[in-house]
Design a protein around this ligand. Structure first.
Ligand code: SME
Length: 144
């Protein structure tokens, strides 16, 4: 099986490309289900380091996506009660789940310093990215 290191390298490259080329993508990272625990663990990311390397299912925008299996677009983070702030510069967030064989195994999480920047085009594009990501994660090692 492919080792997690080379997968992580590719995931980091995706983060770098997205952050570099899309001006309103200011923090880009992946969270994955942490073994058999009901929590997410931070994977490769670019942007300001975050204290939130582990997020319990249900908590924050990320934790809610872990249980809803749906995209979550937040135009204005101030309007969310169940939100985990990583940086005071963040105004908006989008989280799109990653599926392998129909199972929600993780997500891409993007923070923006711009208010209400995300459109349906971002959702469709990130769904496409997540579909590709689901294919490069080896089934036996996708659980981090
Ligand atoms: N804001 C997220 C936490 C992760 S940071 O954005 C990197 C949330 O509410 O789940």
């Amino acid at each position: 099986a492919q080792d997690n290191k080379s997968v992580d390298k590719r995931l980091l490259l995706i983060c770098e490309l997205l952050e570099k080329h899309i001006p309103y993508y200011n923090w880009v990272g992946f969270y994955f289900k942490n073994g058999d625990r009901d929590e997410l663990k931070l994977g490769p990311y670019v942007g300001a380091p975050t204290d939130h390397t582990i997020i319990p299912f249900g908590k924050g925008i990320c934790g809610q996506v872990a249980v809803s299996n749906q995209n979550f677009v937040v135009p204005d983070v101030k309007s969310q009660d169940n939100y985990i702030a990583c940086s005071i510069t963040v105004k908006a967030e989008i989280v799109v789940p990653i599926f392998i064989d129909g199972e929600n195994i993780g997500q891409i999480d993007i923070d923006s310093n711009t208010i209400n920047p995300f459109t349906e085009e971002d959702e469709r594009f990130l769904e496409y990215v997540c579909k590709k990501v689901g294919k490069i994660i080896p089934v036996d090692t996708y659980i981090y």
